[in-house]
Design a protein around this ligand. Structure first.
Ligand code: AMP
Length: 281
């Protein structure tokens, strides 16, 4: 596996692949890799000729009081993981090159960026959209792979690709979970044993909602209230938001008709976790 740190070297490598007629897959990550990331790698390897994984803990998507400094990092372990997974190239740029001192340009996806997680994390999606567009421009992938666990993120990236006429396909891969239901996340590393147990409330509450819809419930206010009561039964959990929204516009919907995205963010102790499910009548 090639490990590339400079933007110009990454561009040159990708240019060579394109000249050879290779289809390029990109999997953007912040590292501390787990099986969820690997599922994106596998999909990329299945659908493209060369797979690039980027690892970059992107400072512009963290708020001033968020966990940028303590975000888990283990590059040596990630490299072993990626090599085992058959990745062709790790792109691991340094922040000073991605954002030089006089950096000024940001991508905003109006409307979508301010809803759900955007409300509690102002500026987060501006940082995400900006760094992902930069990665797209550096690697110029044919396909880029994202996880459904970050539902708002992938919607925003799709919007950027469509609005800016990007010549690539955005692929959404299903959420990978622990056997007990907890969605894999690098931030799960923050959880102590009691918190790890408490974190099960997120997926349990969504499973409850799926069962309720299967049993005929269509009213989203009752679904959201039911989810909240599952979460609030867990003393270590503090709800940030639970919303039932249109999966394209993220506008609240009152009734389960067609597909509804139920998304939530919950603090387990100091750790903020997210999860979501798509409900269909
Ligand atoms: P992150 O490193 O957390 O920024 O995530 C990098 C990519 O992996 C994003 O597209 C995430 O949506 C995706 N991802 C993270 N966790 C999971 C998971 N449990 N299942 C599937 N994809 C995931």
């Amino acid at each position: 596996m090639k490990v590339v740190e400079s933007v110009s070297a990454m561009k040159a490598l990708a240019r060579g692949w394109r000249r050879d007629g290779k289809r390029i897959g990109l999997v953007p990550t912040m590292g501390y890799l787990h099986e969820g990331h690997l599922s994106l790698v596998r999909e990329s390897k299945r659908r493209t000729d060369v797979t690039v994984v980027s690892i970059f803990v992107n400072p512009t998507q963290f708020g001033p009081n968020e966990d940028f400094k303590k975000y888990p990092r283990d590059l040596a372990k990630d490299i072993v993981y990626l090599e085992t997974g058959g990745v062709d190239c790790l792109f691991h740029p340094v922040a000073a090159e991605v954002y030089p001192l006089d950096y000024r340009t940001f991508v905003e996806v109006q409307g979508l960026q301010d809803k759900l997680c955007g409300r509690s994390r102002p500026g987060h999606f501006r940082g995400v959209a900006t760094v992902v567009l930069k990665l797209f421009e550096i690697v110029r992938p044919d396909l880029a792979f994202f996880g459904a666990k970050d539902a708002q993120q992938v919607l925003i990236i799709r919007r950027v690709a469509a609005d800016l006429d990007l010549d690539l396909e955005v692929v959404t891969c299903p959420t990978v979970r622990e056997p007990d239901g907890l969605a894999l996340s690098s931030r799960n590393a923050y959880l102590g044993p009691a918190e790890r147990k408490a974190a099960l409330a997120l997926s349990m509450s969504l499973r409850w909602a799926e069962r309720a819809v299967a049993a005929g419930e269509r009213d989203t206010a009752r679904l959201v209230a039911g989810i909240r009561s599952v979460l609030e039964a867990e003393p270590m959990a503090r709800v940030d938001y639970v919303e039932a929204v249109d999966p394209e516009t993220l506008e609240p919907v009152g009734e389960v008709r067609g597909e509804v995205l139920v998304a939530l963010a919950v603090f387990i102790g100091p750790t903020r976790l997210i999860d979501n499910v798509r409900l269909r009548a």
